[in-house]
Design a protein around this ligand. Structure first.
Ligand SMILES: Cc1cc2nc3c(=O)[nH]c(=O)nc-3n(C[C@H](O)[C@H](O)[C@H](O)COP(=O)(O)OP(=O)(O)OC[C@H]3O[C@@H](n4cnc5c(N)ncnc54)[C@H](O)[C@@H]3O)c2cc1C
Length: 228
């Protein structure tokens, strides 16, 4: 480090890499700093990506992105312990509105797009703090390293510790965040298709409310992804 960049992005998640790709493709000198072993190693999600924004940002994504299944069926189930009712939506249209994916694979793809556009992405470097001079953020500190940029984009995710440590954001209070717990059940492609009555590569997204959270606000969602 030591060079000056037009833009420093903290965090190589979907937000940071997309910001980097967009800016690098417009000719800005962009550095992305990620604390994980590689982009994608620290990011968590359930499995469904809504695609409308991708149409605009990555027009080629339908052919290129690591899509598992296009979601063509939706279910919403209201449950008690022993009874339930379900609203079932189905379409035969190829809509490309949302798909299932492994976030790790998807973030790796976003990383390739950012680097192909000219962004420099460094991993295994946790940013400790922002360098603030005369009330302006002019760079970031990581260990003994300092790197400078005209603009710093903080894309560190919901645990915004860099922002909090810098006094630029208050500590999150429990009532404005939600806790997500994820369980992965491995089934073969054939088992998924058979159990959920799906065609080849057809996706289903299923949300449930009531009993799964013991009637507390929240819900459960199931996203069917092909076995790796
Ligand atoms: C259980 C669960 C299920 C979810 N399901 C879905 C879903 O199905 N569909 C969906 O669209 N969204 C889902 N989400 C939300 C989704 O995960 C987030 O919206 C998305 O990951 C946010 O992207 P981001 O780039 O802002 O942050 P993140 O993905 O959190 O990325 C932040 C990155 O910054 C890095 N970083 C953090 N601090 C530092 C630092 N100090 N220095 C360097 N790097 C740093 C992290 O390592 C990470 O790579 C789910 C979330 C959870 C928890």
């Amino acid at each position: 480090m030591g060079t000056k960049f037009d833009v420093i992005v903290v965090g190589a998640g979907p937000a940071g890499l997309t910001a980097a790709q967009q800016l690098a493709s417009k000719g800005f000198k962009v550095l992305v700093i990620e604390r994980g072993k590689k982009p994608g190693s620290k990011n968590v999600f359930g499995g469904r990506i809504y695609a409308h924004v991708l149409d605009r940002l990555y027009p080629e994504y339908v052919k290129e992105a690591p899509v598992e299944r296009w979601v063509r069926r939706e279910r919403i189930t209201m449950m008690t312990e022993d009874s339930w009712t379900t609203v079932d939506f189905e379409t035969t249209k190829v809509e490309h509105k949302s798909f299932t994916a492994y976030l790790t694979n998807f973030v790796e793809w976003l990383d390739k797009k950012a680097e192909a556009a000219g962004a420099v992405v460094v991993s295994e470097v946790p940013v400790d703090s922002l360098i603030i001079k005369d009330g302006r953020v002019v760079g970031v500190r990581a260990g003994n390293d300092e790197v400078y940029g005209d603009v710093t984009i903080i894309a560190e995710g919901i645990n915004r510790l860099v922002l909090e440590r810098s006094g630029l954001a208050p500590k999150l209070s429990p009532e404005i965040v939600a806790l997500g717990v994820k369980e992965v059940i491995k089934l073969s492609k054939e088992e998924i298709n058979d159990r959920f009555n799906l065609d080849e590569d057809e996706g289903l997204a299923w949300v449930a409310a009531g009993f799964p959270t013991h009637y507390l606000p929240g819900g459960a969602s199931y996203t069917l992804i092909r076995r790796p």
